[in-house]
Design a protein around this ligand. Sequence first.
Ligand code: 5AD
Ligand code: FES
Length: 362
Amino acid sequence: MPEEQDTGDFMRLLDKLAGTHALELEEYELLLDCLSPESARALAQRAVAQRKQVYGNAVFTRGLIEVSSYCKNDCLYCGIRKSNSGARRYRLTAEEIVSCADAGYELGFRTFVLQGGEDPFFTDKVLSELVSRIREAHPDCAITLSFGERSRKSYELLYRAGAERYLLRHETASPDLYRRWHPESMSFDNRMRCLGDLREIGYAVGVGFIVGAPFQANADLARDLKFIERFGPDMCGIGPFVPHHATPFAGFAAGTVELTCYLLSAIRLIAPNVLLPATTALGTIAPDGREQGILAGANVVMPNLSPVVHRRDYDLYDGKICTGEEAAECRGCLGARMLSVGYELAIDRGDKAPLPADFKSV
Ligand code: 5AD
Ligand code: FES
């Protein structure tokens, strides 16, 4: 923020955002244009104050189980896209998945996120039986699914089987950009249809987007912020773009920690009680990326519970952390990392909290 004029603009935007939890689309873009070390510090300070009012010093954990690296889609950024013939594919059995959940339960997890590519093996029947099994084994846990785009009927069945939360990143709220990042067979409208269905059925819904991916400008990210303001998701997962060598986007630069953290702070101010993870991608582009995410306003971490033998093969982007033998115990590692910046891992389901009665905008 070298210019005084910019400082004035930024302070006005910051006050408006922190006070009203909303900006005009052009104002979001201007806010993003104002990114500097000083503005990032100021935004993060307000975001952390806001999070503290709702969640105190707790950071929630979700145990992530990556169940399948098969995918029928072909997103241009993603390493497990179907056109990547070099990808090693695996699919966990129901027994393996349940034993990951059992082991996670012993470690203190009360939320499991089952994530996979869009793998046709996971029909409604297979997936709902799996959800019912985990639900019976661990009735005190929340089950989150993340299996991409499905029919409304499918989402309804899975909800009835006991899944209460669903993560489906919108990836970008700009329809033009969505078209450049995906093959013709995928559509922005269907993505939005899915999110609307999930919300109407009663799921706690997680959206999210990629930061710093090819062709993305601040005007596009402004649309992501506007989308979050309007949709009011329960969760929002954002992470930097990280290139994967065997995709059409191999030659592009990765997103940055600075921009990702700035966006995390902005999202916290737009939605003070949103569940906001410091993601694996953020931890991949900087050794302390997830800690920086928490210090910018995030309040969730998602340690990997997948069997170590398969971890390398859920290969969304190059250099993904937590794939080696040393990462067998992500929970302990993350607990220590959070303590190092003054936060404690909470061991409960970590539902989205209502705004407290005495909530004040900061
Ligand atoms: N860089 C960053 N994030 C990626 N994802 C997929 N590929 C990449 C990549 N190259 C994210 C997408 C998807 C989630 C599971 O991983 O946002 O929704
Ligand atoms: Fe699998 Fe995009 S490559 S959903």
